[in-house]
Design a protein around this ligand. Sequence first.
Ligand code: SF4
Ligand code: SF4
Length: 170
Amino acid sequence: MSETVSTADLCVHCGLCCTEALFGWIPLVDPAERDRVATHGMAPPQLEGERFVTPCCFVRDRACTIYADRPASCRDFRCEVLVSAQDGAIPLPAALDTVRKAVELHQAVLDKLPADTSLRAMRQRWKEREATAQPSSPEEAQLRLAYYALNLFLDRHFRPADGELVERLD
Ligand code: SF4
Ligand code: SF4
């Protein structure tokens, strides 16, 4: 693996793995880790047993405010864009373009999300609507379109092909 591209080069422009875009929740590996995030101020309902739901309360301006103390799952995670940039499969400028596009698509989702609703709650609502064949309002349909556009892009560039991360949405 090439060391020419670091998380500092790429992740500071992104931060999407700390939001609801890539993960609905992040696992905590043991009770000590749970205690550590709790000490930093994370609490239920965000803190759920051995995991916490996103968006993470510690992300500010795309950066982790508990970086030295971040959980192992955060430490270990590299999206496919970062992996490809670090392996030299794509040059840093191309990786940055991909990250910026994803951030733009995520912002388009946030702009359409009602102020008092999380993306997780919306995903749940969509599942219920699908089960009961209820129609969406025009605003909700716009939000779903933006959400699908974001996810198509994330599937293509950020998530591994095995679908593992999609299972960590809800
Ligand atoms: S999604 Fe990838 S590029 Fe973005 S912050 Fe996470 S690891 Fe870095
Ligand atoms: S603890 Fe830090 S790295 Fe982990 S999700 Fe929260 S902001 Fe991101």
